[in-house]
Design a protein around this ligand. Structure first.
Ligand SMILES: [Zn+2]
Ligand SMILES: [Zn+2]
Length: 262
């Protein structure tokens, strides 16, 4: 098993992690291993990994490309003696792009079930499953000052807000050239997820955080595609206080004070 996937995590205990191809959960198959290329996609067997490769290879490559671009960006920032504000930002604790991407990944794994529930409610999947085909649940995160350097990587963020955003709104807000590649990925993953027998819906959670190393701060995005299965639907509760619930869960699990001051 890949050591980067903690088997004692909340998701693993609750069997939430699933095979990227057959979508069986860890609890069904006993164990999952990570793709050695991207370290993100999980599989239950070499057979599933092989069968899913023609689909996964594009995503795998884009994840790897993105990582190496971020590493390059890090290097530029760190070596930039002509960019005093970037060096100052790094020395005062601002996270580099590649660090934020790793934090996104840890956050998405740790909070997959609460995120899924927020998406299920925020995208109104129970009453209009088609809406989630042209919108994401946009979740703006920021580093919590008291946990910015925590060794529990997933505990460094707090949720600023979460709201549904259509693809058109994303293009308008961030510029088509910056988000169209992401949107193509959402559409393609949704198509893939819709091929399983017990398909209900797909939801995309888009984690977003500003990287303060640059001036002006640069938005970084991280998509979390979730296939909604009947088992998930039994686990979620439908409520209109989902945004506050998501914030509260993240604060509580991350060990920060809850909003009533305890
Ligand atoms: Zn499988
Ligand atoms: Zn991969």
């Amino acid at each position: 098993m890949d050591p980067s996937i903690p088997s004692d995590s909340h998701q693993a205990r609750h069997g939430i992690q699933e095979c990227n191809f057959c979508l069986k959960s860890r609890s069904e198959v006993g164990r999952l291993f990570a793709c050695s290329g991207c370290k993100l996609a999980l599989y239950c067997s070499p057979e599933c990994q092989k069968a899913g490769w023609s689909f996964h290879k594009h995503v795998c490559k884009s994840i790897k490309d993105e990582r190496s671009q971020l590493k390059e960006m890090d290097k530029l920032f760190l070596s930039a003696s002509d960019k005093p504000q970037a060096s100052a930002a790094v020395s005062s604790g601002a996270a580099l792009p590649s660090v934020i991407m790793d934090e996104f990944c840890a956050f998405a794994e740790k909070f997959k079930l609460p995120l899924m529930e927020a998406g299920y409610n925020g995208l109104n999947i129970a009453s209009d499953p088609s809406f989630s085909g042209r919108a994401v649940l946009f979740v703006l995160l920021e580093h919590a000052p008291d946990r910015a350097q925590s060794s529990r990587v997933w505990a460094r963020f707090k949720v600023v807000h979460a709201r549904p955003m259509t693809y058109d709104e994303l293009r308008a807000e961030y510029g088509r050239e910056n988000v169209q590649g992401l949107i193509d990925q959402f559409i393609w993953i949704r198509d893939l997820q819709s091929r399983v027998d017990d398909y209900v819906a797909s939801e995309t959670i888009l984690l977003s955080c500003y990287c303060n190393v640059t001036s002006p701060p640069m938005p970084l995005h991280y998509p979390v595609p979730i296939g909604v299965t009947p088992a998930y639907m039994r686990a979620v509760s439908v409520s209109n206080t989902w945004e506050q619930k998501l914030k509260d869960i993240v604060e509580k699990i991350s060990g920060r004070n809850t909003r009533d001051g305890r």
